[in-house]
Design a protein around this ligand. Structure first.
Ligand code: HEM
Ligand code: HEM
Length: 163
């Protein structure tokens, strides 16, 4: 498959670092916006009847910022240990990026329109994002098995040699 060979660990690393930093900026800005909604005591956010919206938007802010950090971590990891890049790197990388959009995006949209105590339909993106995130982390964890092998291959010129 040409697409599978096109994405090198270095290219994926760049992609995750770029996405991660911009995404962190976006979700910190959302945090700042929530802060402003508090400062100006905006009812649409703070009224008891809008509890669900407040929870959803707080979760969007928190998960967006945390997933941005995970993307940055993934970029650094692929940079320092390209040999541990998962076999299906394009799929793993795309899943992690998609989770970084869909998890906070789903929480955010879930808070745009609320139905009594229930979030809006956007919340349906959250379980999809959870599945993508789990798949990506599984791929990265499996790839990490290559770390031991690569070190053993490089460090030991013969079996049983120890330093
Ligand atoms: C890496 C950076 C950040 C992370 C991981 C983060 C994470 C979180 C988490 C987990 C919560 C939920 C706390 C709770 O409900 O107990 C939260 C709430 C909040 N954060 Fe952040 N945050 C970050 C940066 C910021 C920044 C820079 C601002 C503002 C300038 C901000 C503003 C807020 C506000 C206003 C809330 C409360 C929302 C509410 O309850 O109405 N956050 N954040
Ligand atoms: C797999 C996808 C995930 C889903 C579906 C999910 C869902 C949730 C939900 C529903 C809550 C709200 C709990 C409550 O206040 O009743 C929550 C809280 C939280 N989650 Fe996640 N989460 C996910 C991934 C993550 C990840 C990857 C991190 C960290 C890297 C994280 C960090 C947190 C934190 C810090 C809180 C507490 C926020 C607060 O106090 O308001 N979550 N999560």
């Amino acid at each position: 498959m040409p697409a599978d060979t096109a994405l090198t660990p270095a290219a994926a690393a760049r992609r995750h670092l770029r996405f991660g930093w911009w995404s962190l900026l976006a979700f910190l800005t959302l945090g700042f916006t929530l802060e402003m909604l508090h400062a100006f005591k905006v009812g649409l956010y703070l009224d008891a009847s809008n509890d669900t919206r407040r929870l959803m938007w707080t979760l969007a802010h928190a998960h967006g910022a945390l997933l941005a950090v995970i993307n940055i971590l993934c970029g650094l990891y692929l940079r320092v240990a390209p040999e541990a890049a998962p076999g299906r790197l394009p799929a793993v990388s795309a899943s992690l990026l998609a989770a970084g959009v869909l998890l906070p995006g789903g929480f955010f949209l879930g808070g745009v329109t609320v139905y009594g105590g229930d979030p809006g339909l956007g919340i349906l993106a959250v379980p999809a994002a959870a599945a993508l995130l789990a798949a990506a982390v599984y791929g990265l964890a499996r790839g990490a098995a290559a770390l031991g092998r690569a070190t053993a291959g490089k460090g030991d010129s013969g079996r049983g040699q120890r330093r």
